[in-house]
Design a protein around this ligand. Structure first.
Ligand code: XIL
Length: 499
């Protein structure tokens, strides 16, 4: 990063809380002159009020009080990476640091993001491992902490640099095979480490009845465009992955390491890009935010604060943007300290709030949708020619009938030789405590995998019923289950019965 070579001027700009003394009925009280009288005074409280988490990357040696005071989500900065905890056969080792972080999070009511299961970097003993070994590790890691981990980064940084839109070519992506040579890894006969890792992770979550959500995480995917208005092909490629594997992917992390690399700037279409992912039904997180002071001409005062405002506002304006995590507490303790991209100065437990901190707090306190979306017209989702076979998010084949016990609709993603279906079970005008769904598969179609439901039969007429955690559905609410199969599955007509 060229910025790190630059001589930086020291900016001492510490905003102090302003207070006035008021005489009320003879008693002296101290009252903030902040116009938002009920404003929260910590990031976590303000975020919680707005309906999202505000987190921090942390290490066991930096669990200072500020961690639990300001943040309500924690991502181990390094302690859950394979080079720390994986053995070459996919077992676990040295989990002490990770345990400390999970315990700390739990006792401070913080969510945990597990980071990360499958990654080309910091792979340690897993470097070069087979999918089978990765699957073993995925199972061991998810099961060790279970639902204490709210979100797991299952796959990290799968896409190449420099806005090519391609997968990386180093392990584990060397396992990928494009069987029919059509330029993607989405077909039934293809091998895709992303799909296979997510399928495994989903199986583990389902088998354990865990609440853990499964995320894919990457950087330079934040905007619809990059510098100069060029399409962000890396973001489009991530979008295609999530669209194709939506059945396994619950959340997407845009890392948000913003800097002056042309592919890493803050663009005005950040919100529109968050929105298009959210429209796929996944949660979106800004998962590793830091904002290089190069993006504010080395100003870590008002200029950087303005950049933070923009980023936080983009998330707040999209309901399914459910969390923001900064990649460390203070500039000097950051992995990229020369960028001075975080919310605090200081170190070793003694921190001072930067202007950026106050801007973020203020923006969070304003809540969601306080300002209209940016005036820049949003660029369409993928104006590039589709790189994937058409995926049909078919309209529901059966219209929901709100007056009966329950109704079911199916949406289908199909490719040559296979399909994935998501079935939505909606309760009618009364709550239900259990449900079953029957449907008939066309000749030649066979189920290979089911999640969030019990199933009887694999072909012809098949019956699904709720599992322990999704049988109760409130009036008008819904739950979803899914299945995967080979063959074609057109014209499915699910029939729902409530119990
Ligand atoms: C970084 C850590 O912050 C450093 O301490 C470590 O030396 C390298 O990794 N994207 C990610 C994170 O997903 O895991 C990286 O964390 C930063 C970039």
């Amino acid at each position: 990063m060229n910025g790190s070579l630059r001589q930086r001027k020291k900016v001492t700009r510490i905003a102090l809380p302003t207070a006035v003394l008021l005489l009320v009925s003879g008693a002296v009280t101290v009252q903030s002159i902040d116009p938002a009288a009920a404003a929260e005074t910590t990031l976590r409280a303000a975020a919680a009020k707005a309906g999202l988490f505000f987190g921090v990357a942390a290490s066991p040696n930096r669990l200072y009080p500020i961690v639990g005071q300001e943040f309500n989500q924690l991502t181990p900065e390094n302690d859950m990476k394979p080079d720390r905890i994986a053995t070459s056969s996919g077992g676990l080792q040295n989990t002490g640091g990770a345990d400390t972080l999970v315990n700390h999070a739990q006792s401070n009511n913080m969510l945990v993001r597990g980071h990360t299961l499958v990654w080309h970097s910091q792979a340690g003993a897993l470097q070069g491992a087979s999918q089978a070994t990765l699957n073993t590790f995925i199972g061991n890691a998810i099961n060790r902490w279970g639902s204490r981990i709210a979100y797991w980064d299952v796959v990290n940084e799968a896409l190449e640099d420099n806005n090519t839109g391609r997968r990386r070519t180093q392990w584990p992506h060397t396992m990928n095979r494009d069987a029919n040579g059509d330029g993607d890894f989405f077909d039934a006969g293809d091998t895709d480490v992303i799909r296979d890792s997510f399928i495994r992770a989903k199986q583990v979550v389902q088998a354990g009845g865990l609440t853990t959500k499964l995320c894919i995480n990457d950087y330079d995917v934040e905007g619809l465009t990059v510098q100069g208005g060029t399409q962000n092909r890396k973001a489009n490629a991530l979008y295609d992955i999530v669209r194709n594997y939506r059945q396994y992917i619950d959340c997407v992390g845009f890392q948000g390491h913003f800097n002056d690399n042309p592919n890493s700037i803050i663009t005005n279409d950040l919100q529109a890009n968050i929105q298009r992912f959210a429209d796929l039904g996944v949660e979106v997180h800004l998962s590793e935010v830091d904002i290089d002071d190069d993006l504010s001409n080395n100003d870590i005062g008002a200029g950087q604060a303005e950049n933070y405002r923009k980023v936080v506002r983009a998330c707040l304006n999209v309901t399914k943007c459910t969390g923001i995590t900064v990649w460390g507490i203070s500039d000097s303790e950051s992995w990229r300290s020369s960028e001075r991209g975080l919310l605090f100065t200081g170190g070793n437990g003694s921190y001072q709030k930067k202007a950026a901190y106050h801007a973020v707090l203020d923006e969070l306190n304003k809540g969601r949708n306080s300002t209209p979306p940016p005036t820049t017209p949003p660029v369409g989702p993928t104006t590039l020619p589709p790189t994937t076979p058409p995926v049909t998010s078919a309209p529901p084949t059966t219209p929901p009938n709100p007056t009966t016990g329950c109704s079911a609709t199916v949406s289908l993603n199909s490719w040559t030789g296979g399909f994935v279906a998501t079935v939505r079970v909606t309760a009618g005008t009364s709550p239900i405590n259990g449900w079953s769904v029957q449907l008939t598969l066309p000749p030649g179609a066979t189920l290979t995998n089911v999640w969030s439901a019990n199933r009887s039969g694999t072909s012809g007429t098949v019956q699904f019923s709720n599992v322990s955690y999704n049988g109760s559905v409130n009036a008008g609410q819904y739950t979803e289950f899914g299945f995967q199969g080979t063959g074609a599955a057109t014209g499915l007509t699910p029939v729902c019965t409530a119990s």
